[in-house]
Design a protein around this ligand. Structure first.
Ligand code: NAP
Length: 486
């Protein structure tokens, strides 16, 4: 089939959907539409706008390989700069005309050899292939705390930050000590705002510097891409990612021990008062939860305008948060930095595959996908950053680019007319998932003595449990024997 007649629907115009759009166009697919539920691109970077939002992946590594950005202002970029990067990128690659905004896909059904897709405005579409690029952490998790509705101040989830609410002169409570809570507390504390940090389980913090690129550096990067790529130290970055994944697989690895020691030293050296230090000491192994990188949280929480609250929350009342020790912490604003439901992916969208196969049935125990990309009986439906893929302290753009290289090879088999339908076989899916679960049980996410969003409903870590290099190898070329090819 010629690529012009081959229709591809991409769902989501975040980092991965934009990537798919650019790559499809580059490969000669012109019949492409990207459906985006919101009115702008950017995914997580559009939805998260909280004060202090910063990416913990080095700026120059958090870009598409084909669209480097010489203009990052800092070593770790702010959310606003990243959002602007994606907005510029769709202009540069002329992707905007392929995106239909304010179009939520409600259902995708495979019937008579093609996908029939229904949208929120009542319209429908058909395509040969659907690419789900719907993101991982985008459904806010609201805590089950009594009295949330009773609060008379302003209360919102951090992914729904209300910028209409002024912070100056207010008492702000932040619930949660993941990367989000840590970044907000650091920013507000530095700004002199009175902040209370409600921490149920303290997390390990890896120290990191976040310097600025000088005007000279940025102008050199702009003039000579080689200077930029030399500065990126690909070897060092890849080695760090490899060491990190090895540490996840074995906390007793050299890298794991070094990272744990760096976090411990950070706590020991940078928190002065012994009582506070003990209150901030995690009771689990480093890396069991996603590691937090912060240059300044410990400094922030020691300011006079910052208060750490370790007593569990009893309930929220009209004027603040009551903790188990009976204290009422009076507040004007409560920010819920309580994370996301990590098992949703493209849901609540309905996906019905061959012969009525339903994704809710396939995913009734846990979300599964062969190599995080394909599912049996869901032919020509491929995912970017799908279930159980590598999600860690490294660039998801890099992960998505590798996945795209793999998906592109599946598409070529379809457009060349060799096959009409491609999906992972039942057996390949079963074997992959059994191996994955066995490997997941020896990762630090499982053995490290903590609960986190990495764990699925039955307590099995839901992320890639092998090394980065294995992922890269697996993405090089499809093993055709693992697919049902029709
Ligand atoms: P998170 O890591 O899931 O942390 C949620 C926090 O909320 C935890 O401290 C949790 O405590 C607490 N919590 C949840 N329910 C609670 C309750 N009922 N009472 C008290 N505390 C409660 O969420 P996140 O910080 O939003 O981060 C999510 C992920 O987003 C990160 O792991 C990362 O992948 C990504 N992220 C990345 C960056 C970046 O720099 N790249 C920045 C922000 C976020 P427990 O530990 O006790 O459960």
């Amino acid at each position: 089939m010629v690529k012009d007649n081959f229709r591809v629907i991409v769902i989501g115009a975040g980092m991965a959907g934009i990537l798919a759009g650019i790559k499809l166009k580059e490969a000669g697919y012109s019949n492409v539409v990207i459906y985006e539920k919101a009115d702008r691109v950017g995914g997580t970077w559009r939805e998260n706008t909280y004060p202090g939002l910063t990416c913990d992946v080095p700026s120059h590594h958090y870009t598409y390989t084909f669209a480097r950005n010489p203009d990052w202002s800092r070593h770790l970029s702010s959310g606003g700069e990243i959002q602007a990067y994606f907005e510029r990128t769709i202009q540069k690659y002329q992707i905007e005309q392929h995106i239909q905004f304010n179009m939520e896909v409600l259902q995708a059904r495979f019937d008579s050899g093609c996908w029939h897709v229904q949208m929120s405005d009542g319209s429908s579409d058909q395509a040969n292939v659907v690419i789900a690029a719907t993101g991982v952490l985008h459904h806010p998790a609201y805590p089950n705390i009594e009295g949330v509705e009773a609060f008379e101040g302003d209360l919102f989830h951090t992914a729904r930050w209300d910028h209409g609410v002024t912070l100056e002169g207010k008492r702000v409570g932040v619930i949660g000590m993941g990367s989000t809570g840590v970044q907000i507390i650091s920013e507000l504390s530095a700004g002199g705002i009175d902040v209370s940090h409600f921490v149920r389980n303290p997390q390990w913090i890896m120290p990191v510097e976040n310097g600025y690129f000088s005007q000279e550096e940025r102008s050199a990067f702009r003039t000579d891409p080689k200077i930029l790529s030399d500065s990126m130290d690909f070897e060092g970055y890849t080695a760090a990612v490899e060491r990190y994944t090895e540490a996840l697989i074995s906390a007793d690895s050299e890298g794991g021990r070094a990272m744990a020691q760096a976090c411990l030293d950070n706590l020991e050296k940078n928190v002065a008062e012994q009582g506070l230090k003990e209150q901030l000491r995690p009771d689990h192994q480093a890396l069991c939860k996603r590691l937090i990188f912060s240059p300044d949280y410990y400094m922030a929480i020691q300011r006079v305008n910052a208060h750490l609250v370790r007593s569990d929350i009893t309930r929220i009342e009209t004027t603040g948060i009551r903790t188990n020790d009976g204290v009422l912490h009076e507040l004007d604003i409560i920010a819920l930095a309580t994370g996301f439901k990590s098992d949703q992916f493209m849901r609540p969208m309905r996906v019905i595959g061959r012969d009525g196969a339903d994704i809710e049935t396939l995913w009734s125990v846990r979300p599964v996908a062969y190599l995080a990309i394909s599912m049996p009986d869901f032919p020509n439906f491929f995912m970017l950053n799908g279930p159980n893929g590598p999600v860690g302290n490294f660039s998801l753009i890099d992960i998505a680019e590798h996945q795209w290289g793999y998906i592109e090879q599946l598409l070529e088999q379809l457009t060349s007319g060799k096959y009409n339908e491609i999906s992972a076989s039942e057996e390949a899916m079963r074997t992959f998932d059994a191996d994955r679960i066995a490997a997941a049980k020896s990762t630090v996410w499982y053995t490290g003595g903590c609960k986190s969003w990495y764990l699925d409903a039955s307590g099995i870590p839901a992320s890639w449990p092998w090394t980065y290099s294995r992922f890269v190898d697996d993405m090089r070329r499809p093993q055709w024997a693992d697919f049902d090819l029709i």
